[in-house]
Write a protein that binds this ligand. Structure first.
Ligand code: IVH
Length: 668
């Protein structure tokens, strides 16, 4: 009996996986929806009666399980980078020239740039085990349960591989329209565009709700090539297809930049005919070895670029200019506009940056103005239409006093910005608190501007350390706060105590200290106490740290109030040590540092991924294909063409045992 049930469960799972694949990946359903539902319910019933038969990769997980209270933050194995942008033909030709200068002739892969959210999917032995958002690029959120509801993501693939695949989750236009219709019927605020709708769906703590949202995915890259045979991007995409993943089929391999431009013109015309939104075209060097030769900048690969479709321009009215005060006291004018739709969202505000710019563009309150979204995201006033200016409209002047504290504003020499220099200015202090909890700083979810403002006004927080002294009694009386929200917020605050030093340093809001310099400094000194003794001269020696920044850091830390603040944070056990992944100056081991190593064949005592990670920690570069530059090939069982190539080039070859002996040698 039980064997029969087991067999039935196996059959049902196979059929359901096959139907999902046909419908959602291939777009060629072979059975009606009702058949799928019938089989799914049969499987749900069996699993309910025999809970021991449930598995993490059973198609029943696609309906979503129970709600979670938060998403766990997880560090990416390798950072999820973004792409450099090209906005016109000139940018693309420059990109092509750079590539030609560096490596000569290349083939390009042209792919549609899907307008959704980057996700990372991990497979272990062929089973989908973890899915993350991009987050800040270094750390993402674990949204595995929500991703499992996306039928286009295979729960199990055709080979037992262990690797990471990345791609874009998106909401098809039809699902988006349907969702907004439902929202309108329920008197709810509609989503501005499919991208926001997809983001909202993947942030649902209850996967059953995400399951209703009908998202899809296109996979576009393999993070760790060691398990793949492909040596090109096009080959990798074909391999992903074979494994059962959904990739975008509108891709094209071309040989020249002129053909890239043709592909772009074609899709600029045709983009509306697609059933999903795209915001540009991604162009990648096809050969993986050539990609590796080009390498990466801090933020993006040098071997790829994103062409962005031109921004839509729209006319609207400028009703007013509002002023806001940033955490460093800079006063920024913002245009208050008659709301209009631009590139998929409603725009009612746009930064005007500073007074000089307002005068340069002769922008006046009451004008008709042309607005667009720079990079399709940030609204910008392009110019005023002078011919339509009503009579009596006057030139705009910034006030002489701070709109928050009424202190006189100053214009620091050499700067265009007006500044409030009152250190007790409330607007600045609140902005400083908002910065401290922001994503790239302490990343405390749920502590938004409104809450911080209320807490500040109620005297509950005056400095950043006070955040760690907040109690349930402080938070419950605030507007729109319930016990659940309070408990989530307190857990987020608690969790942030474990952040690595660079996040705290950045969060303190030291003038000129950005994310990257915080990382470099935290990594170099390791703890805040060491930093207290550091001199300007020492700091300047660090690459990336200039005179202004060094001076700013030393002056900031050499201050009684700041030391007291740090002690106040220490009392609440906020971590003051660097724990991040080392991104620079990997010391490594001299036997491995800067060596190019290829792993091939089957290893027995570790996976190739583990071996690659260990090698990278020692400073080695693990690549996918054997060239004359390869220093060592580590060959497991059944190593094929790569081993043959190594022999041809006379490259050093190690067996798994040689490798383990070497590991032991340097670990002792
Ligand atoms: S490749 C190193 N290919 O565009 C980054 N990205 O900044 C490699 N995107 O957030 C990205 N379609 O999520 C690549 N066919 C495609 C893409 C694509 C959309 C997104 C990606 C990233 C952004 C680029």
């Amino acid at each position: 009996m039980s064997q029969q049930i087991e067999q039935r469960v196996e059959t049902l799972r196979q059929l359901l996986n096959q139907y999902s694949y046909e419908y959602y990946v291939k777009d060629q359903p072979s059975v009606p929806d009702s058949e799928y539902d019938k089989l799914l319910h049969e499987l749900i019933d069996i699993e309910a009666a025999h809970p021991e038969m449930k598995t993490a990769d059973s198609p029943t997980v696609r309906v979503g399980g129970t709600a979670q209270s938060t998403f766990e933050k997880v560090k990416h194995d390798t950072p999820m980078l973004s792409l450099g942008n090209a906005f016109n033909e000139e940018d693309l030709r420059k990109f092509d020239q750079r590539i030609h200068d560096q490596i000569g002739t290349v083939e390009y892969m042209c792919e549609l740039k899907i307008d959704g959210l980057a996700v990372s999917l991990k497979y272990e032995n062929g089973v989908f085990v973890k899915g993350l958002t991009r987050g800040d690029g270094t750390t993402g959120e674990d949204i595995t349960e929500n991703l499992k509801t996306i039928h286009a993501i295979p729960l199990k693939i055709k080979k037992p591989l262990t690797f990471e695949v990345r791609g874009e989750a998106y909401m098809p236009r039809s699902s988006f329209l349907k969702l907004n219709e439902e929202k309108a019927q329920n008197d709810e605020q509609p989503f501005a565009n499919p991208r926001n709708a997809a983001a909202g769906s993947l942030r649902q703590l209850d996967a059953r709700l995400a399951a209703k949202r009908k998202l899809s995915v296109f996979l576009y890259s393999v993070n760790n090539f060691t398990e793949f045979d492909a040596t090109t991007q096009s080959g990798a995409l074909d391999e992903l297809d074979e494994l059962g993943f959904k990739t975008n089929q509108k891709r094209k391999k071309v040989g020249t930049i002129d053909e890239v431009l043709e592909f772009i013109s074609y899709w600029t015309e045709q983009r509306e005919s697609l059933s999903y939104d795209i915001d540009g075209i991604v162009i990648k060097v096809n050969d993986i070895e050539q990609q590796e030769e080009m390498g990466y900048t801090q933020k993006s690969p040098r071997w790829a670029i994103a062409y962005k479709f031109p921004a839509e321009e729209v006319v609207t009215q400028l009703h007013d200019i509002e002023l806001s005060i940033g955490r460093t006291g800079v006063v920024t004018p913002t245009a208050i506009l008659e709301p209009v739709r631009v590139a998929g969202t409603t725009v009612s505000r746009a930064s005007l940056h500073n007074e000089d710019l307002i005068h340069e563009k002769d922008i006046r309150i009451g004008d008709s103005v042309v607005i667009k979204k720079a990079g399709d995201i940030i609204p910008e006033v392009v110019y005023s239409i002078v011919e339509r200016r009503p009579e009596g409209v006057e030139t705009y002047h910034m006030p002489t006093h701070c709109p928050s504290c009424n202190h006189e504003l100053v214009r620091i020499e050499g700067e265009v910005a007006l500044r409030c220099i009152n250190p007790k200015c409330q607007a600045q202090l609140v902005e400083g608190l908002i910065h401290f909890v922001s994503r790239q700083a302490m990343n405390i979810d749920g502590l938004g501007t409104k809450i911080i403002q209320q807490l500040y006004e109620n005297n509950k927080i005056k400095d950043v350390a006070d955040i760690y002294y907040l109690t349930e009694e402080d938070l419950l009386p605030l507007e729109r706060m319930g016990t659940k929200k309070v408990s989530n917020l307190l857990s987020a605050i608690e969790a942030s105590k474990e952040n690595s030093l660079e996040q705290l340093l950045f969060g303190l809001g030291i003038r000129h200290l950005g994310v990257k310099a915080s990382q470099v400094i935290a990594e170099k000194y390791g703890t805040i106490d060491k930093l207290f003794d550091v001199t300007e001269e020492e700091l300047i020696e660090i690459h990336d740290v200039g005179h202004k920044l060094a001076q700013s850091v030393v002056t900031y830390l050499d201050n009684e109030d700041i030391r007291a603040l740090i002690n106040k944070l220490k009392e609440k056990h906020v971590n003051m040590d660097f724990k991040g992944v080392r991104t620079t100056n990997i010391e490594g081991h001299p036997d491995f540092k800067d060596k190019t190593i290829v792993l091939t064949g089957k290893l027995h005592q570790m996976t190739r991924n583990e071996a690659a990670q260990w090698l990278e920690l020692q400073g080695a570069k693990v690549t996918n294909s054997v060239t004359k530059k390869t220093d060592v090939v580590i060959a497991g069982d059944d190593a094929g063409s790569k081993l043959a190539k190594a022999e041809k080039f006379g490259t050093t070859v190690w067996s798994e045992n040689d490798f383990i002996a070497k590991q032991k040698e340097i670990m002792n």
